[in-house]
Design a protein around this ligand. Sequence first.
Ligand code: 3NM
Ligand code: MG
Length: 495
Amino acid sequence: MAAPKVDYSVYLVTDSTPAILGDADLASVVEQSLQGGVTIVQYRDKHSPRDHVVATARKLHQITQKYNVPFLINDHVDVAAEIGCEGVHIGQDDMAFEEAKRLLGEGKIIGITASSKEEALKAASQGATYLGIGTVYATSTKKDTKSIIGPVGVSSILAALAAEGHGALPTVCIGGVNASNARDVMRQTVSPRKTLDGVAVVSAIVAARDPAAAAREIQGAVIGAKIPEVILSIARKGPLSHNMTNLVVQNFAANVALAIGASPIMANYAEEAADLAKLGGALVVNMGTVTPDGLKNYVQALQAYNAAKRPVVFDPVGAGATAVRRSAVKTLLASGHFTLIKGNEGELQTLHGVSVTQHGVDSTSTLSLAQKARLARDLARTHAAVVLLTGKTDIVSDGTRTLRVDNGHELLGMITGTGCTLGTTVSAALAAHGHVDPLVAAVAGTAMFGVAAEMAAARSEVRGPGTFVPAFLDELYLIRKASADGDMRWLTMVK
Ligand code: 3NM
Ligand code: MG
């Protein structure tokens, strides 16, 4: 069996010194940070005696195991071997890679620090599992840091790795990274060839008053920087977006799919679904104009895409509005698995079993942001799906990670089908990138859509909904094109 894929996005390195940890309890800080979304933990302790290191490592490992997060030990390869944790991190002055590998055996993570292209390429060719690249910014946490290389230095190391065939080697950067600059360092090092997988931090989490909140904020910054990868992947693969959608939006949805570089097909006859599912795309089931015959077709198509292991987006339009729709939702959720469920507050409350009065299919909002985040997270867990709760602020959750996207424009609410075409956009993102990370795919599709709306609305020729539509299609297309040309300036608009 292949080793489970490691998520390096929010990499916590611990520090037990009073200057950083203060009088907090390390185990409690680690646990809080895991609740906030830390994805990998390295126990780093340069001062304690060995028996203390062993005892602390065991205790922390028990905690990370509860969260299914890998636990690494800095330097003490023998301790890692003794407690059987997931691996180690070694610096340039520590044990040699081959020796560590021999001590740990197969299947363990061995990360290496690299401060230059030479060190990075050597570690990569030796077989390091990942690289910690630094020191990116000045830090007082580590006294003997070599050189401050900045985001430019990180970029040049990433470029060298990509050029030498190590484009797939995971990388994080380290040194002075915190919740405020994580977004900058990630964005400044984004390239079409190789992007950091995450950031490693010590004081930004260990010394934080609220380690969970710090971890959450860093998570958002890192995921935001992965958006271009998804946009580029849609453009490169041109995936099929198979829409079984309502009569009102078919034309618009097809145009949106084309603008972002996907290949639309509006096919409502489910006999075709098994063939279409083999083409590497994704399905959108939008029940905006549900009929008995339509429902049968949705079920058959859903099952065909499930059988082909291809993504399916569910858009339960007006879910709570009528008895027919409530029953259709039940039938669909019981008939197969949806990769992503997208809806406004009322629709998703209906799915969650809350009875809400919906007037027509338009959205109204009564929940606070925190309540919405909880609703999205709970639904995601119930249906093992990514949930996209749309509204002024969009919320995306996979049950573990919950993020907000604050892009969009009120003109989106003045033309028909923008909710439905967001479903189409996200389906293309899932088709292209869902196998890597469906949450990132959903965030990327949502952000691209919202930013395009803002850019369109800001155009001088746009004076209302009528002029907005063509400008919006243009901006979707221009974002795709700029990204393909390596111009990521639009990313600064992602909120
Ligand atoms: N390694 P903070 S910098 C452990 O450059 C470590 O290799 C570094 O701490 C390197 O996030 C560093 O508090 C400390 O700045 C990073
Ligand atoms: Mg070391």
